[in-house]
Design a protein around this ligand. Structure first.
Ligand SMILES: *[C@@H]1O[C@H](CO)[C@@H](O)[C@H](O)[C@H]1NC(C)=O
Ligand SMILES: *[C@@H]1O[C@H](CO)[C@@H](O)[C@H](O)[C@H]1NC(C)=O
Ligand SMILES: *[C@@H]1O[C@H](CO)[C@@H](O)[C@H](O)[C@H]1NC(C)=O
Ligand SMILES: *[C@@H]1O[C@H](CO)[C@@H](O)[C@H](O)[C@H]1NC(C)=O
Length: 294
């Protein structure tokens, strides 16, 4: 076989493996296989605490606009829900009584109210599921955010806003708020990311950070009373390293994360639990791999 033949062969192999396994996705349209299990939480034991579930999330969940510097996700909120994502991270700025969803300075053409509505519509159809929501004030008027969020959620029977960690049986069909610093509503969040871990200038170093984070979650005592959040996302942009942006990093990290989780999933005694893994541009097979820890 000549060189062109070999190249063709490699290309076909690459194409083949990308069809077989979708771990990174930047296509806007969700192609859900006909037999895909949307209600993956249905089989979870009702007694299982939310903090003991390994669940797939997205980082900057609605960062869909603004070019390669700002974009972290490709699918709409509704499609992320269908794909199995159960943790959302919304960064907001107040405007009157509204909370606008932002990524950095870029308005993402969405409000928190609409986002919650989309989630509720999904939950009214898929009643076995639970969705975790974290609201983070960014930029300015941050002190106005807690009250606005409280007004939206506090007396809503479809929202869990207590600090006690519920078991899944208590919150099926509901939104569970997750709190950290600013917004004191819902269960407490322990973020494994240390200051600036999100800034990535070297993919190998990022991999070591993720391994360490995952390892702590899996075997240490952090999880008692907290839901633990791990990020696989990152960017080099704050260090002016434009070649490492959220998408280019996810393209490299997601296949690695898939293999890493695949290895971890073989451990049985004890079976690891990674809490929430917040990702950028996850593909269906990576999402499924995360859910398979339960
Ligand atoms: C779904 O269908 C695909 C293609 O026919 C098959 O390979 C896969 O095993 C099926 N998955 C389940 C969970 O039935
Ligand atoms: C998730 O957070 C836990 C808690 O600190 C940490 O031990 C674990 O390594 C994190 N996982 C990832 C992928 O960052
Ligand atoms: C993971 O954590 C355990 C317990 O703290 C430790 O013994 C082990 O060496 C760690 N593994 C890695 C790969 O860091
Ligand atoms: C998974 O395990 C295999 C076999 O032990 C190892 O060669 C590979 O490097 C591991 N992959 C990751 C991403 O940890």
């Amino acid at each position: 076989m000549g060189v062109p033949g070999k190249i063709l062969c490699v290309l076909m192999l690459l194409l083949h493996s990308s069809i077989q396994q979708q771990v990174f996705n930047d296509e806007e349209t969700l192609h859900l296989p006909a037999n895909y299990t949307i209600s993956w939480m249905e089989t979870l034991d009702d007694q299982k605490l939310i903090s003991d579930i390994t669940l797939p999330g997205t980082h900057e969940s609605l960062a869909l606009h603004g070019g390669f510097i700002a974009e972290c996700q490709a699918w709409s909120l509704e499609d992320q829900l269908k794909a199995g994502i159960r943790f959302f991270d919304f960064r907001v700025v107040p405007l009157g009584k509204k909370l606008l969803i932002m990524h950095g300075p870029v308005y993402q053409s969405a409000t928190l109210k609409n986002a919650l509505k989309t989630i509720k519509t999904f939950l009214s159809k898929y009643k076995s599921e639970t969705v975790l929501v974290r609201v983070k004030p960014v930029l300015f008027l941050k002190n106005k955010v807690p009250l606005l969020v409280e007004n939206m959620a506090k007396n809503d029977p479809d929202c869990w806003t207590e600090e006690t960690i519920p078991n899944i049986g208590q919150v099926r069909g509901k939104i569970v708020f997750v709190q950290k610093n600013a917004v004191r509503l819902g269960i407490r969040l322990y973020e494994t990311d240390r200051h600036n871990d999100y800034i990535v200038t070297n993919v190998e170093k990022k991999i070591i950070i993720i391994i360490n984070h995952l390892n702590d979650t899996a075997y240490e005592q952090y999880r008692a009373g907290w839901v633990v959040l791990n990020y696989s996302s990152g960017t080099g942009i704050p260090r002016l390293s434009l070649t490492i942006n959220p998408k280019s990093l996810a393209k490299q990290i997601n296949p690695w994360l898939y293999k890493h989780l695949n290895n971890e999933s073989k451990k049985t005694n004890p079976k690891p639990c990674f809490g929430v893994i917040a990702m950028d541009f996850p593909g269906l097979d990576l999402i499924k791999k995360v859910t398979e820890f339960n």
